[in-house]
Design a protein around this ligand. Structure first.
Ligand code: URP
Ligand code: ZN
Ligand code: ZN
Length: 467
């Protein structure tokens, strides 16, 4: 039996338009938009009518960088696909793209199957996968083609973490050459991990063991150098490049220079680099461990450059790199040795609100908010216009958002499975009220009504930013 829902009277905001409009949804898809009050919209009948008066009606967020249950530093990211996708829905995100991991000595197939098994039947919202390449060799290169044909169309490589995920320049070049041929997009963790490991060893030998030294050894210059190298390798391979979690002004300058030359080079930053800084890493009593992630938080004066990059389109996407570890028992693994603190921050629930606050603070426009959090990640990773916009034919992944609700981010009220908030006590204006995922209500006026297993795996096209 077909089901119809109408959302009436809200301000529909997409990356390109703002209009007080009604939205008609049938069987999980948007079928029409029409000016609110028009005879056409008034004529729509529906099983469910949602009154969005005074609220925004926006596309569900697309978070293109999450790590549910990631094995890292001898432990696992504390959100499962069930808890993490539920928290994402609470925060107005309706699609995540998580990272399946190839272990060293194993095939891509094995890694991807393991991630499918973790996620299948557990997600509250739709999900897709990138593939982390930890062992680039003849057989994993061939497997890349197969994955692209299965809708896993992007591959993360690491210039950091020697001995774990690291690839050398030769492996990177080979993977880029392969992606140039098969349409896959290489995502780069751009930090010079070999040089960083020397500085880590020297810091620890000198007794510099506190969390703040994590930021000091992972130098801006080593992010910029790796970014530059990644761009040059991509040029040699004739491949597009997407640099993840850009944190340093100097790394952004490398991307901007490449883009000025017309190269297909793209960049992502994350809320932690826009709202947090080395001041947090320096918090006393080991509290700084809560803010250990890589690339690391930077001095506050990098933030304005990142905001500018988001305005000028030198950065296209804001994702969370959601990779939570509890302070108790997980971050604590690195007491007395910052290099043993598991890397990563929680944030999948906070991204849409923090970026809306950035609209109010004048950093970005309302439509740019939707562009960087919904439309651009969907285009970049082959999900558009199914995801990332509100238009006829799109999945009805829709958020009713109250732009005036003021609330405080806190561990006491969040839904992520982690024992702290990176934004504890921060007041933001703007809050999710209701969330639809393919037309099904998963958050209903701030009550969770979704279910584990509603979320489906979404096979992706190749990058649409290039077409
Ligand atoms: N970013 C981070 O600190 N942890 C997750 C792994 C990665 O993205 O490098
Ligand atoms: Zn990374
Ligand atoms: Zn990550």
């Amino acid at each position: 039996m077909s089901s119809r829902t109408v959302i009436r009277g809200g301000l529909v905001v997409t990356a390109t338009d703002e209009l007080t409009a009604d939205v008609l949804i049938e069987d999980g898809r948007v079928v029409a938009l029409a000016a609110h009050g028009s005879a056409y919209a008034e004529g729509w009948t529906a099983d469910t009518v949602i009154d969005a008066t005074g609220h925004y009606v926006i596309p569900g967020g697309v978070d293109a960088h999450t790590h549910m249950e990631l094995p890292f530093g001898g432990t696992f990211a504390s959100d499962t696909f069930e808890t993490g996708t539920r928290a994402a829905a609470w925060g107005g995100t309706t699609t995540i793209v998580d990272f399946a991991v190839q272990s060293v000595g194993r095939s891509l197939r094995e890694g991807l199957d393991a991630w499918h098994a973790k996620a299948s039947g557990r997600c509250a919202i739709d999900y897709a996968f990138h593939m982390i390449l930890s062992d680039v060799n003849e057989s994993s290169l061939k497997e890349m083609d197969l994955l692209v044909s299965e809708g896993v169309t992007s591959f993360k490589l690491f210039m950091a973490y020697p001995g774990v995920f690291y690839s050398d320049d030769g492996q990177i070049l080979r993977a880029m050459q392969r992606s140039a041929g098969n349409g896959g997009l290489i995502m780069m963790h751009a930090e010079n991990g070999i040089a960083i490991d020397v500085l880590v060893e020297q810091a620890l030998a000198a007794g510099r063991t506190d969390p703040r030294h994590h930021g000091e050894v992972r130098k801006v210059l080593l992010e910029a150098e790796a970014t530059h190298r990644a761009v040059q390798l991509a040029r040699v391979a004739g491949a597009p490049l997407y640099v993840v979690h850009v944190s340093a002004r100097e790394a952004l300058a490398e991307l901007a220079a490449a883009r000025d030359q017309g190269l297909p080079v793209f960049g992502e930053t994350c809320p932690q680099y826009l709202f947090l800084s080395t001041d947090n890493l320096a918090e006393p009593d080991f509290e700084g461990a809560k803010y250990v992630c890589s690339t690391p938080l930077r001095p506050r004066d990098h933030q304005e450059a990142l905001w500018r990059g988001l305005r000028t389109d030198d950065l296209q996407v804001v994702s969370t790199d959601h990779c939570p570890f509890c302070f108790q028992g997980q971050k604590e693994l690195g007491r007395g040795d910052f290099s043993k603190i598991p890397n990563g921050l929680p944030g999948v629930e906070n991204r849409m609100d923090l970026l809306h606050q950035a609209v109010l603070d004048g950093h970005i426009t309302r439509r740019r908010w939707i562009e960087i959090a919904c439309a651009a990640p969907a285009r970049m990773f082959g999900l558009y216009p199914k995801k990332g916009t509100i238009a006829p034919g799109a999945d009805a992944d829709i958020v009713i958002y109250d732009p005036n609700a003021r609330h405080t981010l806190s561990v006491a009220t969040q839904h992520m499975n982690v024992d702290y908030s990176a934004y504890e006590g921060r007041s933001v204006t703007g809050q999710v009220v209701t969330v639809l995922s393919r037309g099904e209500t998963v958050i209903d006026r701030r009550r969770f009504t979704g279910r584990a297993g509603h979320g489906r795996f979404v096979p992706r096209e190749t990058c649409q930013h290039l077409t």
